[in-house]
Design a protein around this ligand. Structure first.
Ligand code: AMP
Length: 233
C-alpha cells in the first residue's frame, strides 16, 4: 500500500479527470477531493445547474445537452473561469468533464498561465465502450451533490436514496443508450485528442472494474504526483 506523508496532501495540485461518460470521473472526484483537499469542478454539474436556474448560459446549453452534443467552448470556458477564481480553488482543483476539446485545453492553459499556474496531471480513465452502456443506462444521480450510484456497480445504502442526505436519486435525461452513443462519439472525436495535448502529464488508469479498485489506482497516481511536486519545492 502506498504511504503518503501528510504534507503531500497540502500541495496545490491542478488535476484533470478525463474519460468517457460512465468511466467514473463523477464517482471518484468527490472521494479524491476530500483526501487531497481539492475543489471539485464538474462542468456537467455546473451546466445542469445553469439549465435548472434558466440562466443565459443554461438557455443556450439545454438543447445541446439534451441531445448529447457538446456545449460551445466559449460558454464552458466562461463558467470554468468564474469557478477557478473562487477561494475554494486556491488550494488546487479537480476538473471533471473539462476540457473536452483541444480548444478548451488551450484556453484553460492560457487562463492558468496568467497566474503562473499549469495543469499538473491528467488522469485518463479507460473503459471499454460496451461496459459504459451498462453503467450509464443504469446510473442514478443525486443532483445537488453530483454523487452517482448504480444498482449493481455502486448501490446506495438505501434503494433510490442518496447515502449522505437521504434525498431521492434521479436518472439523468441524457443517460439513455441512444444519447450515450452520441456522447461517446463526441468523446472519441473531440475529447480523446486532449490526451495528446497534455501527453507528458497523462497517467492512464484502467477503469473497467470496481469503484474501490479504480479509486486505489487514482490515489496512487495522485500520490506519486504529490511526491514529485514535494521534490520540486
Ligand atoms: P457530464 O455530466 O460531464 O456527462 O456532461 C453532461 C453534458 O454537459 C455533456 O454531454 C455536454 O452536453 C455538456 N458538457 C459538460 N462539460 C462540457 C464541456 N467541457 N464542453 C462541452 N460540453 C460539456
Amino acid at each position: 500500500m502506498l504511504k503518503i506523508s501528510l504534507p503531500a496532501f497540502n500541495l496545490h495540485s491542478r488535476v484533470i479527470f478525463l474519460g468517457p461518460p460512465g468511466s467514473g470521473k463523477g464517482t471518484q472526484a468527490p472521494l479524491i477531493r476530500q483526501l487531497f483537499r481539492l475543489a471539485h469542478l464538474s462542468t456537467g454539474d455546473m451546466l445542469r445547474d445553469a439549465v435548472a436556474r434558466d440562466t443565459a448560459h443554461g438557455k443556450k446549453a439545454k438543447a445541446l445537452m439534451d441531445e448529447g452534443h457538446l456545449v460551445n467552448d466559449e460558454i464552458v470556458v466562461d463558467i470554468v473561469q468564474d469557478a477557478i477564481r473562487a477561494d475554494d480553488c486556491k488550494r488546487g482543483f479537480i476538473l471533471d468533464g473539462f476540457p473536452r476539446t483541444v480548444r478548451q485545453a488551450e484556453l484553460l492553459d492560457e487562463m492558468l498561465s496568467h497566474h503562473n499556474h499549469a495543469i499538473d496531471c491528467v488522469i485518463s480513465l479507460t473503459v471499454d465502450d460496451e461496459l459504459l452502456v451498462q453503467r450509464v443506462t443504469g446510473r442514478l444521480i443525486h443532483p445537488p451533490s453530483g454523487r452517482s450510484y448504480h444498482p449493481l456497480f455502486n448501490p446506495p445504502k438505501c434503494e433510490g436514496l442518496d447515502d449522505v442526505t437521504n434525498e431521492p436519486l434521479v436518472k439523468r435525461d441524457d443517460d439513455t443508450e441512444e444519447k450515450l452513443r452520441t456522447r461517446l462519439h463526441a468523446f472519441h472525436e473531440k475529447t480523446a485528442p486532449v490526451l495528446q495535448h497534455y501527453k507528458d502529464k497523462v497517467v492512464q488508469v484502467p477503469a473497467d472494474d470496481g469503484v474501490q479498485q479504480i479509486g486505489e489506482r487514482v490515489r496512487e497516481a495522485l500520490g506519486r504526483i504529490a511526491q514529485q511536486k514535494m521534490g520540486e519545492y
